[in-house]
Design a protein around this ligand. Structure first.
Ligand SMILES: *Cc1c(COP(=O)(O)O)cnc(C)c1O
Length: 339
């Protein structure tokens, strides 16, 4: 089966496993796991930020950030299909007793103008707008990337209104590669950044939260409360460290593969629209309406696993366990789908 459902299906390579087996470990809740400490220092340096925190998942890093940045009753501004809003189990309310102000974006991206007009004035009737969350790349947007200028404009709106700016960078490295940007640029723009090591970077588990020293000190406490303090986590952190050192540049291959799939889908009579493909996610709206599950089943019967993310949309995600020949086979199968 060719696995295009998600870039979370990757399995560690022998070299990554070797790095895991040979990692020195200690108790990370005591701050004594040398491999976790090395990973956190490596990532903080990479982004030019003061500190980092290793966590079990990207949901946890996002939710910890929201918890630290807000007080109960506050409002979090995000795009209407943001992962923090639609895919984290209502965590904004559950964990932080905060509420979301969702803005309709274009392929997952919102503008500084939209953010500015969503900020609440100081008024007893209104909730405090204290946090803006951006997602780069955007998952539901189809792996789209923000323009740098738009993010800096959003930063200005945050500064003018005393708001913090958090980045859900689950696939930030895909954006960095696609846009030729550097982690340091992002470190200087956001108050906090979450990155996933378990998506395109290919580690089996783990995410990092980055911020200044005071923020990470508070985040460490919240991680413990959320049950995310792990003991000899260095075995997993070693995989994360390996992925940051070896699996970033190769993301370009995944992007090339995704573009081939995207171009092939555009020629199909059963495809109404393909979202702009900038990184490793391809989303196509299919016709007739409602046929996405049936099309996904046809692909599955032919040996390609993908997801119907809505009744009208299929999604393919490329990653390091999808080879050039897997892409060739998938292109053939795309041509054979019948509606
Ligand atoms: C995958 C993902 C996350 C984190 O998900 P976990 O499964 O909890 O690691 C966060 N944001 C986006 C956009 C994602 O795609």
């Amino acid at each position: 089966m060719i696995e295009l459902r998600s870039d979370t299906f990757t399995r560690p390579t022998p070299a990554m496993l070797q790095a895991m087996f040979s990692a020195p470990v200690g108790d990370d809740v005591f701050g004594e796991d040398p491999t976790v400490n090395e990973l956190e220092d490596f990532a903080a340096n990479l982004f030019g930020m003061e500190a980092a925190l290793y966590c079990p998942s990207g949901t946890m890093t996002n939710q910890i950030a929201i918890k630290v940045h807000t007080r109960p009753g506050d409002e979090v501004i995000c795009e209407s299909q943001a992962h923090v809003y639609i895919y984290e189990g209502g965590g904004i309310a559950f964990n932080s007793s905060a509420q979301a102000r969702t803005l309709p974006g274009i392929h997952g991206r919102i503008t500084a103008e939209q953010v500015a007009s969503a900020v609440n004035p100081e008024d007893v009737h209104k909730s405090h707008s204290t946090l803006v969350c951006l997602e780069n790349t955007s998952n539901r947007g189809g792996g789209t990337c923000y323009n740098w200028d738009e993010m800096t404009a959003i930063r200005r709106v945050c500064d003018e209104n005393g708001m913090s700016l958090h980045l859900d960078g689950a696939r930030l490295f895909n954006a960095l590669v696609a846009k030729s940007e550097s982690p340091g640029q992002y470190g200087g723009l956001f108050n906090s950044i979450s990155i996933c090591l378990s998506k395109g970077l290919g580690a089996p588990v783990g995410s990092l939260l980055l911020g200044n020293k005071d923020f990470i000190l508070q985040a460490r406490r919240v991680r413990k409360v959320f049950g995310g303090g792990m003991r000899q986590a260095g075995f997993m952190a070693a995989a994360g460290l390996y992925s940051l050192k070896h699996n970033v540049e190769r993301l370009q291959q995944d992007h090339n593969h995704a573009l081939h799939l995207s171009q092939a889908l555009q020629t199909c009579s059963w495809v109404a629209e393909v979202f702009p493909t900038e990184t490793n996610i391809v989303i196509a709206r299919v016709k007739p309406a409602g046929s996405a599950p049936a099309i996904a089943q046809q692909f599955k019967d032919a040996g390609v696993s993908l997801i119907a993310i809505s009744p009208d949309q299929i999604r393919m995600v490329t990653h390091l366990d999808v080879s050039a020949s897997d892409i060739e086979k998938t292109l053939e199968i795309i041509g054979q789908i019948k509606r």
